[in-house]
Design a protein around this ligand. Sequence first.
Ligand code: PEP
Ligand code: MG
Length: 580
Amino acid sequence: MVRGIGTSKGIGMGRALIVDSIVLEVKEEQITDIAAEKERYQEAKHQFICEIEQMIEDLKKRLGKDDKTALILQNQIYLVKDMEMENGINRLIEEKKICAEAAVEQTCEFYITLFASSDNDVMNQRVTDIVDLKTRMTGILMGKEKIDLTQLPADTVIVARELQPSVTALMDTRHVVGIVAEKGGETSHAAILARALEIPAVLSIKGALGQIKTGDFIIVDGEYGEIFINPIPKTIEIYKKKRSIYQKQVQELKKYIDKETVTRDGRRVCLAANIGNAGEAAKAMEAGAECVGLFRTEFLFMNGTSMPTEEEQFEAYKKAAVICKDKVLTIRTLDIGGDKDVPYMGLAKEANPFLGYRAIRFCLGRIDIFTAQLRAILRASAYGNIRIMLPLVTGVNELRAAKTVLHNIMNELDSKNIKYDKDIQIGVMIETPAACMTADMLAQEAAFFSIGTNDLTQYMLAVDRGNENVAYLYSPLHPSVLRAIKRIIECAKEKNIEVGMCGEAAASPAMIPLLLTFGLDEFSVTATKVLETRKNIASWTIKEAAEVTDAVMSMHTEREISDYLQTVLEQKEAVNGTGI
Ligand code: PEP
Ligand code: MG
């Protein structure tokens, strides 16, 4: 098994086809008739635009006319119509008297070198688009056959160094069952297109072309980012079963896209998504989330080699806010420390990192870093519907201190006439026993609560969430954690503030009836869990959920509770087929 990044879910099985032989060798021929060469370039450009427009039309037919994914290809048209690019090509034909294909290649190479030096995702994507344009345009000028991905044997797995958007767009799901590439990530255009076309894809497999030959049998598991090259028959059998279960589930879940999240008897709740970067906001919206309940901003700090500037943060928050439009985007302030180290910050090693200098404690200790982040969030709030959420709060003093910092920044922005949302809400995560026990007090001063069960469970049970030796003790179904959750929701209701949950427990089928009964307003789950959570919620009536909850709350041990809930879910599945 070889691991990469799973960028388009699903399981594909078939024979490999290496499609990396399309690099054309362009010769720099000298020409004499400049006007004729420029005309040849114009004709090729016209053909290029017609071909891309046709691809966009075909894609729209396959994906629906309102689907915006096809517009990814529009970039190619913008690029080829760009006057600077056009002038550059014409100048080379005139001054160096070289053929149009060489002029196209050299001009494209100039832009590729320019953009490739950036480590910014958008610029890297621009490089892929220009490589794609260069390949197609030189192909047209040289009269070369393009690879035709519609004339392939059924069950083909495409293997490439890097997939170009226009190549991916042509893939037909009747022929192509999987994609494997050495380059590309979650947000690359090829990955977005593969997701839209529902072709399982695993990208970023280092050395894939060295390991796979055309004709090898490949299994592509786009969910776990794994591929198997010439697997044994037993593995093929296992994956055939997995594929048929997955296909059934996908069909089932499709019914829940663009639906409200309601129980069977009509109680409406909000289904939100957790995201780790701005790009994931789009994925969350595509997956049918009604808002973002948690944007973990620490990844912005952990993924680089230096602190992101206020400007870089502003751009990321603004991008997510614009994607979410009027839907709520809950931005959690920096939650580092504990198991989240940021090497360039030089944080001291601590004996008990989970009990140490982390999250809101760190931010209140490093007001410079906190101020830059809050200022970036406030500035971005002019572009969407942002709320601010503080992690690891243990009492009202921390909320008050954060509000003071926020108000100082608001005054400064006012004095400079910088726009922001003056009514921005500031809420807290309830993830410590201290916050749980003072939830009645916090509810008087916070605009909303979000229950972080990942940490709440660890602190409530004194069980390190990452230590496998004590993992058997870690369960949000422990009576203490359930009582804590019930209390937190009651305190929020008492003061009429919204209460959500953004820990993993919000997506747990066993937990859903309990959370519905306690009155949770918002379930915030990873984007891939949105539809199954909506389906699970829809399978309960409040009465049924309350009966289960009554039984659970009378039990004394985690074991008793989890066994009972498992039986309830199994019976439910047997009756309704509600299992995911
Ligand atoms: C939590 O603790 O439940 C939570 C959502 O935060 P994180 O997992 O990032 O600590
Ligand atoms: Mg947490």
